[in-house]
Write a protein that binds this ligand. Structure first.
Ligand code: HEM
Length: 410
């Protein structure tokens, strides 16, 4: 099948590729039509791009997630940190739930999800306040950068408040969070790597301190919830807790920034959709789902076949690695009518932007709440906002889609 494929390797659908960076669908549409199960022999990875196949694989709880299970030479294996001292650690102390399999995955995710969902369920007033405060900082400016000044601070401050970061440490926490995000970039400069490592060490030390303080005296925050669950018998070591609290930051900050940034740009490019949103605020939750479908922040997710099977008509062997194009699936005409139209009144098939099954994004309720809080007020507060004539600067981060900068003016 790869012989007639419109791409020659998996990186050609990522922001490393100049064509895909500008318009990923210029690559994904022909791929889905001509070779929906593409095999990259160099990277030993299947790239799956039809909605039905992607949905089937991500929802399949029998699949593996840990790249250690994948065949040698596969992309999932190559991106692992293979330093011998790391590999000597138990799986749950060298990676987060994102790439962990059961029983560790369920053991750690279950208490974390329980505590996080309960926190999120009562976070809306706090998030409304954070959105209002951040928007106050740009109100009245003739021109500002929507990404740097608005879309980056909102998720960082939100998760800091949920975790229980003290006000006096918020600035440092913001700085470390930005450093940690560099971990997503495999082509970091040496300076960026040093910044990332400094941030990770500082964050580790800070979480250790915070856990100790909350053990001594619980507060109304997620770190208190987690140490309380530990004390009540949840099987979770301090290292596992620290790794997974950091995973909430790495997994949640840039992605939510991009959901806000991509959404604002889509509305400014589609004034009729913006008019509908402003006229009917009840459309906001649906609009958030449509931003996620039409221009979601994450390109792909991965699984490893745990047994020989057939996927999308192709024989896939045990230990073969699968990369699911969430972005390709979200524009599949077999699943969505007029897939290339941004339509906030759309109903029907759910998108796959948060993945599915056992690994479905743990932060989805929080991301949805932040975006809902944001789009409920943003265009009311900035009714005359427009894009400047600066061309969009898409970030060169492989497998994520978001803007480095989005200059807007009143
Ligand atoms: C719009 C924003 C977001 C998008 C598009 C997104 C997307 C994703 C995707 C595609 C996955 C993999 C799912 C799979 O393989 O089936 C994932 C997992 C994950 N996300 Fe998110 N995410 C977002 C926000 C967040 C937030 C706010 C947090 C933290 C509060 C977060 C934390 C995580 C974690 C920890 C995982 C691993 C879950 C597991 O494997 O059990 N994400 N996310």
């Amino acid at each position: 099948m790869s012989q007639s494929a419109p791409i020659s390797n998996i990186l050609e659908i990522s922001a490393f590729d100049p064509v895909a960076k500008q318009d990923p669908h210029a690559r994904l549409k022909p791929l889905r039509e001509q070779c929906p199960m593409f095999r990259d022999e160099m990277m030993k990875t299947w790239l799956v791009s039809r909605y039905a196949d992607v949905r089937g694989v991500v929802n399949d709880r029998g699949m593996w997630r840990d790249g250690m299970n994948a065949e040698d030479g596969s992309f999932a294996r190559r991106v692992l940190d293979n330093a011998p001292e790391r590999l000597a650690l138990p799986a749950s102390e060298r990676q987060s739930i994102l790439t962990m399999d059961d029983p560790d995955h369920a053991r750690i995710r279950t208490p974390l999800a329980k505590a996080l969902y309960a926190r999120v369920a009562k976070a809306r007033p706090k998030i409304d306040r954070i959105v209002a405060d951040v928007l106050d900082t740009v109100q009245g400016k003739a021109r500002f950068d929507l990404i740097g000044e608005v879309a980056i601070p909102i998720p960082i401050v939100t998760i800091a408040r949920i975790l229980g970061v003290d006000d006096t440490r918020l600035e440092e926490f913001r700085d470390w969070s930005e450093g940690l995000i560099l971990g997503l970039n495999p082509v970091r400069t040496p300076d960026e790597t040093a910044y990332m490592e400094r941030s990770s060490q500082a964050m580790d030390a800070y979480f250790t301190e915070l856990m100790k303080a909350r053990r001594a005296r619980a507060e109304d925050d997620l770190v208190s919830d987690m140490v309380t669950l530990q004390a009540e018998g949840a099987q979770l070591s301090d290292t596992e807790l620290r790794i997974n609290l950091q995973a909430l930051l790495v997994g949640g900050n840039l992605t939510t920034t991009d959901l806000i940034g991509n959404g604002v740009r889509l509305f400014l490019l589609n004034p009729a959709q913006k008019a509908k949103l402003v006229a009917d605020p009840a459309l906001v939750p649906q609009a958030v789902e449509e931003i996620l479908r039409y221009e979601g922040p994450v390109d792909v997710t991965g699984r490893v076949a745990s047994s020989d099977r057939e996927i999308g008509g192709c024989p896939v062997k045990q230990r073969e690695s699968l990369m699911m194009s969430l972005r390709g699936a979200n524009r599949d005409p077999e699943a969505f009518e007029r897939p290339d139209e941004f339509d906030i009144t759309r109903k029907g098939t759910p998108h796959v932007s948060f993945g599915g099954g056992a690994h479905i994004c743990i932060g989805a309720p929080l991301a949805r709440m932040e975006a809902t809080a944001f789009f409920s007020v943003f265009f009311q507060r900035f009714p005359t906002l427009k894009l400047t004539d600066e061309p969009p600067h898409w970030r060169a981060l492989p497998f994520f889609r978001g803007l480095e900068r989005l200059m807007v003016e009143s």
